[in-house]
Design a binder for this molecule. Sequence first.
Ligand SMILES: Cc1cc2nc3c(=O)[nH]c(=O)nc-3n(C[C@H](O)[C@H](O)[C@H](O)COP(=O)(O)OP(=O)(O)OC[C@H]3O[C@@H](n4cnc5c(N)ncnc54)[C@H](O)[C@@H]3O)c2cc1C
Length: 374
Amino acid sequence: MTPAPDCLILGGGLAGSMAGLLLARAGRRALLLEKESSPHHKVCGEFLSPEAVGYLRLAGIDPLALGAVPIHRLRLSVAHRTVESPLPFTALSLSRCTLDEALLARAAEEGCTIRRGAAAEHLERSAGNWTARIAGGATFTAPTVFLATGKHDLRGWRRSPGAQSDLVGFKLHWRLAPANTADLRDAMELFLFPGGYGGLALVENEVANLCLVVRKATLRQAGNWPALLDSLLAQNRRIRHLLQGAAPLWERPLAVSSIPYGHLGSPHRNASLWSLGDQVAVIPSFTGDGMSIALHSAALAASGFLAGSSPADYEHTLVGQLRRSMKLAVGLSVAAVQPFARYLAPPAFSAFPLAIRWIASATRIPAAALPSTP
Ligand SMILES: Cc1cc2nc3c(=O)[nH]c(=O)nc-3n(C[C@H](O)[C@H](O)[C@H](O)COP(=O)(O)OP(=O)(O)OC[C@H]3O[C@@H](n4cnc5c(N)ncnc54)[C@H](O)[C@@H]3O)c2cc1C
């Protein structure tokens, strides 16, 4: 008979896989339940900050070996203006479909038991044990649960709405015209348009990832994705240029709605639950820091658990580390979707070119919170 697990991990995205990997590496019997039965795409800008890359290397993953593209420059375009700044660090860009699968495989290699196609539907605690029931009715019990279902809340375990929750996210992969692929190489193109903002960058295999968020009211006004894309292209010369002659690789984009930007900490939840990744902190996507927070939260929670500390202590530490960058990021995200952003942003960044570099640094996990190796 298989011994019962020490820990259940719900969700096999970056946070869940990283936690499973570290717990298994430390000799714990970790069982991870992942809803999807095969590799899948996710709404994400796919921009990997150096902190995320550091954590991936700790996990035994070299993103460059998976085809990740180095990013050295940031371009910001609004209407017909574009400003450019070197990044204060080298970032990478890699599709989530490739990355998440690689980390899940590493977790399995370290001894974490993975069950695919296992969507947790119900979670409850009684007599010191957690029981998760998956679709189909099977149940799994363990004394400890790590909740890592990312963008999807488990019924009965909703997150706070955050400070900015009226945005819808879209993502679509494209094959650009060869000259535009060359033009995009080594840059992250951030763009603003009325009611939203987004990013365009190459990932592996010369594919370009377009990812954006838009206010629900703007989307309602546009009516549907093709009309929204048309209006974005009409409003932003640089993105119009880059997508000229491009072919979408999927019939329609992936979408996610009501993203709770600014959600940080979950004191309303049962104090014995370890919340990871987007379940504990959702930073606005322009920062490109959500994945590093997912990996960092998993590492912090796993080491706290192994050292015998409590989920409440872990969350207290994490919230303290992220509060400042979260506040700044949410403030900028709220401003970016206001009508005045398109008039103010280009002159502001032209006058203060160092502002882009400062924002890129100030919205990251503070260096003092990171392990010394990344
Ligand atoms: C528009 C947008 C752009 C972004 N761009 C970037 C970026 O460029 N760079 C960056 O670093 N971050 C970015 N992010 C943030 C980043 O995508 C998230 O922070 C990150 O994916 C969080 O990882 P996670 O493991 O917590 O959740 P997820 O990656 O969402 O993984 C959760 C996993 O749980 C599984 N799951 C869900 N429900 C269940 C269930 N009931 N039972 C079992 N399994 C379940 C899912 O299938 C999934 O595999 C962006 C986010 C958005 C919305």
